[in-house]
Design a protein around this ligand. Structure first.
Ligand code: ZN
Length: 109
């Protein structure tokens, strides 16, 4: 699981635009689905407790720590624009592959 997240962070920093776009298209819905499932499980019940974090002996008042962490991350700052440090290191980016364009140009000669 951690490796997968690391891989996505690395892609966000290093992938060229076309592959980043395709990764975003396939991975973002999975991430948002994951958040939704997590938050749905920790949504307060009719008594204002978190059903997931409560036990039979001890009720956990909502918002529980999971919900608060999610809120902090998604709303309070996580999605706000941060300085994009990776933009400064252009030399690390792989050259974009333009196979189709080159082939056609050569074939014309
Ligand atoms: Zn909870």
């Amino acid at each position: 699981m951690w490796e997968r997240l690391d891989m996505l962070s690395e892609l966000a920093n290093q992938a060229d635009a076309p592959s980043l776009l395709s990764v975003a298209r396939s991975e973002l819905p999975r991430l948002t689905d994951g958040w939704r499932a997590l938050l749905a499980a920790h949504e307060p019940d009719e008594r204002g407790n978190c059903p997931e974090c409560s036990t039979r002996w001890r009720q956990q008042k909502s918002p529980c720590s999971v919900w608060r962490a999610a809120y902090e991350h998604l709303v309070a700052g996580g999605l706000a624009a941060r300085p994009a440090r990776h933009m400064l290191s252009h030399q690390e980016q792989p050259a974009p592959v333009q196979r189709g364009a080159h082939r056609t140009a050569l074939a014309a000669h």
